[in-house]
Ligand binder design. Structure first.
Ligand code: AMP
Length: 189
């Protein structure tokens, strides 16, 4: 199995690169942000609770997203591998993912980190907000919250995966195809 964690701040290009990676390596895409937006669309209790936090740009509780990922792993028993996009976002989530995968006799192969500076991120997210209509992309102070959450809670995962020898950084500024080629060359090594 090939299990990739795609890492990077909001707006780094994780969604765009995920689409290309799943097509090339035939992986199942698991984006906790997409799953949560699906719950909101269906107006589930979980979705309604999550919406308040997402609209404020803060993380939803670990148990919620860990449960969602656990379910998706069960639903995709025959997958060739997974690409985790926007998950894990905290150390507790990373530990839970290791346990979930160990229970299936597999593990995370590598973390691929898209590296983009804060100024460029804010610019990209505001631009995306115009098209996507996402409330959390259209307000600069919410964007700042999301970047702060990333720096405080998610960035430490770099150390978590470095300690396991699995962290690989890639420059996330450049053409989509060049960034994709850099990711593929790391995966194919
Ligand atoms: P994203 O689409 O990955 O940028 O996620 C949008 C929002 O969903 C985030 O700002 C969080 O509020 C929530 N979210 C998505 N994934 C997670 C996660 N792994 N842990 C906690 N909250 C999450």
């Amino acid at each position: 199995m090939l299990n990739l964690v795609l890492f990077g701040p909001p707006g780094a290009g994780k969604g765009t690169q995920s689409e290309k990676l799943i097509a090339k390596y035939q992986l199942v895409h698991l984006s906790t942000g997409d799953i949560l937006r699906g719950e909101i669309k269906n107006q589930t209790t979980l979705g309604l609770e999550a919406k308040k936090l997402m609209d404020a740009g803060v993380l939803v509780p670990d148990e919620v997203v860990i449960g969602m990922i656990g379910n998706k792993l069960e639903e995709n028993k025959n997958a060739k591998g997974f690409i985790f996009d926007g998950f894990p976002r905290t150390t507790a989530q990373a530990e839970a993912l290791d346990k979930l995968l160990a229970g299936k006799n597999t593990s995370v192969n590598m973390m691929l980190a898209l590296e983009v500076d804060n100024e460029e991120l804010t610019k990209r997210l505001l631009l995306r907000g115009k098209d996507s209509g996402r409330a959390d992309d259209s307000n600069e102070s919410i964007i700042r919250n999301r970047i702060n959450e990333y720096n405080n809670k998610t960035a430490p995962l770099k150390n978590y995966y470095t300690a396991q020898g699995k962290f690989h950084g890639v420059n996330g500024i450049g053409s989509i195809d060049d960034i994709f080629a850099a990711l593929c060359s790391l995966i194919d090594k």
